[in-house]
Design a protein. Sequence first.
Length: 180
Amino acid sequence: MDDVYVEKVCQGDIEAFRYFLKKYKDMAFSLSVSILKDEFIAEEVVQESFIKAFNGIKSFNSKSSFRTWFYRIVLNEAFQRRKKIKREFLEFQPDYNEEIVDESFLLALDKDEQIHTINEALKMLPDRESVVLRLFYLEEESIKDVCEITGWSESNTKVILHRARKSMLNALNKLIKLNH
């Protein structure tokens, strides 16, 4: 379906680009927040990414999907912005010896509270780990697609995903302990 809208936009139907805005805005924001840890800056990056995608859509080739191409733009913009603002980010150092998460706490929350808790835990993770978790679990991308979107090797992606799972458990443990 994306290809149809790419063609429409390339032929001058500017309104057809709204399709991409509706379809990809949420995950683009999620990826951007993963890297920047700031929702306002993440919103700016998403807007800039959509502008870049719109202006560059004629150079888009169908070697990859529009989704992959666009998410790559978002990630590049977010990493560039982070470099530009040169802020110190607190890197989450996982303690792998901590106990396993008591999932009953998370399951006892309503859906909105679960989503909030998971998003707070994702904010605690290093950017690469947060990105890979969002792509692999929330967007349900394959390892191959995650590699294509991020530009990372398959082995690097698997290592980051493995670390991210452990870091996520640790972050959830910390949040649960705060709420008990």
